[in-house]
Design a protein around this ligand. Structure first.
Ligand code: ATP
Length: 283
């Protein structure tokens, strides 16, 4: 568990984080959400002892300032971008970092297995895809088996497939008992992984909510285009509007605004009224 109490970080006269109170419960995933410059990375830098700060951060009860080295041993960190020696093999890279961290290098094989990279152990790092590099960074963070993982924008540089794979991996680590703190801009990753999300803006905590309620709390909506036989369009429109949807005619179909987690709801509403939906598209 991490408890952050009245955390304030100033850079000169600029306040990047202002009086932040936040608890990151054990064995759960917490997302720090916010636009560029909200202060998310700064919170992580404070937690890792990379910058001085005002207030208090406790990592499993240890004061991150006064007991910094001990506290940091409980945290595995995956930065936004990772620099590796491209000529070293994957296995040699993990062994190298294990020695740097004074962790037995016999841990190299188990951590590569945990992230699904063991079969690629002999490949040079230069040969890895973006998703594999990110998994290598995660393997390094897992050295020493820290109970807490901290990740800065973990999937921002990955394609859709690699992103899904990486999120699945983090979900598994959470299920195995890791505590996860990650920063994110991506709604789908917060919805999938985060038990709670802390929404920040201009260095301040705006609100806390469960990850799957973020879209609703932010008032985000997606537009769904529904196609149906022309003679039922007006009736369908009236039914959707009566059920509280924002809906309107759009060419040969209807355009309906829904929260991202409720995309099937208008179709259910229409099927209950025996109105056939021929096709749909998501904007
Ligand atoms: N070393 C620094 N010196 C001065 N200002 C800084 C420094 N580091 C961060 N800041 C400022 O603090 C604010 C918060 O930055 P931070 O990197 O924490 O934002 P963020 O929420 O992580 O954004 P992003 O999503 O872009 O990473 C920004 O306005 C940034 O310019």
């Amino acid at each position: 568990m991490i408890t952050i109490t009245r955390l304030t970080k100033k850079f000169g006269r600029f306040t990047a984080v202002h009086q932040l109170d936040l608890t990151i419960p054990a064995h759960q995933a917490t997302a720090l959400w916010g636009p560029n410059g909200a202060g998310k990375t700064t919170v992580i830098k404070c937690l890792l002892g990379l910058v001085r700060y005002e207030g208090e951060i406790r990592i499993d009860g240890l004061d991150a300032r006064r007991q910094g080295a001990q506290a940091r041993r409980r945290v595995g960190y995956v930065p936004q971008t990772c620099a590796f020696y491209d000529d070293l093999s994957v296995l040699a890279t993990v062994r190298f970092f294990a020695r740097l961290r004074q962790v037995p290098d016999t841990q190299a094989v188990p951590v590569l297995e945990q992230v699904g990279l063991l079969e690629d152990g002999e490949k040079p790092v230069a040969a890895l895809s973006g998703g594999m590099r990110q998994r290598l960074a995660l393997a390094l963070a897992l050295l020493g088996d820290p109970p807490i993982l901290v990740l800065d924008e973990p999937t921002s540089n990955l394609d859709t497939h690699a992103r899904a794979h990486f999120l699945h991996l983090l979900g598994r680590l959470k299920a195995e008992g890791k505590t996860i703190l990650f920063t994110s801009h991506r709604l789908e990753e917060v919805e999938e992984l985060a038990d709670q999300v802390a929404v920040m803006e201009a260095g301040r905590l705006q609100f806390l909510c469960p990850g799957d309620q973020l879209a609703r709390r932010l008032g985000l909506q997606v537009q769904i285009k529904l196609r149906m036989p022309g003679h039922v369009l007006e009736e369908a429109l009236a039914i959707l509007q009566a059920d509280g949807f924002q809906a309107r005619r759009n060419g040969t179909g209807l355009l309906v605004a829904v929260a991202p987690g409720e995309k099937a709801r208008p179709i259910h509403t229409l099927s209950r009224a025996h109105i056939p939906v021929i096709d749909f598209e998501i904007d």
